[in-house]
Design a protein around this ligand. Structure first.
Ligand code: THU
Length: 139
C-alpha cells in the first residue's frame, strides 16, 4: 500500500512534464521495476496527432532502452487529467495495454490509476493487466 502511494505520487508529479498542446490532457506514468527503479513517462503529442505517444509507453520504452526486460516489471501507476487541473480516472489505452503485455506477466503485473485527489488524499483503482487485457495477442 505504501509503495503504491509512492508510485501514484510519482505518476502525478510526472504529469507536470506532459507535452499536450493539442488535447490539453496531461498524463504521467510511473513504472516500478524489481530492482526498485521507477521510470516515469508523459504523453508526448505531435502536430500530426497520430504520432502521439502515451505516458505509459514512454515509461516502458525508457525502461527497455535502459536494458529492462520481461520479468523486470512490477507495477505501473497512471495519473491523467486536464493540464493544470485535478486528475480524473485515466485507465491505459488499448495500445498501451498491448505494449505492457509484451514485457510483463499479465497475471501478476499491477496497473493503478488515480481516480481523484481529495484534500491531498489520492484515491485509485487497481487491476492486474490480465483483467484489463484478457486474451492478449502474442506470437
Ligand atoms: N493518453 C495517455 O498518455 N495515456 C492513456 O492511457 C490515454 C491517453 C494521452 C494521449 C493524448 O496525448 C491524450 O492523453 C489525450 O488522448
Amino acid at each position: 500500500m505504501a509503495d503504491y502511494a509512492r508510485l501514484l505520487e510519482a505518476a502525478n508529479e510526472a504529469r507536470r512534464n506532459s507535452y499536450c498542446p493539442y488535447s490539453g490532457f496531461a498524463v504521467g506514468a510511473a513504472l516500478l521495476t524489481t530492482d526498485g527503479t521507477v521510470y516515469t513517462g508523459v504523453n508526448v503529442e505531435n502536430a500530426s496527432y497520430g504520432a502521439t505517444n502515451c505516458a505509459e509507453r514512454t515509461a516502458v520504452f525508457k525502461a527497455v532502452a535502459d536494458g529492462k526486460r520481461k520479468g523486470d516489471f512490477v507495477a505501473i501507476a497512471i495519473s491523467g487529467g486536464p493540464k493544470d487541473g485535478s486528475p480524473v480516472p485515466c485507465p491505459p489505452c488499448g495500445i498501451c495495454r498491448q505494449v505492457l503485455s509484451e514485457f510483463t506477466d499479465a497475471a501478476t503485473f499491477t496497473v493503478l490509476w488515480v481516480t481523484e485527489i481529495t484534500d491531498g488524499d489520492m484515491a485509485f483503482e487497481k487491476h492486474t493487466l490480465a483483467e484489463l487485457l484478457p486474451g492478449a495477442f502474442e506470437l
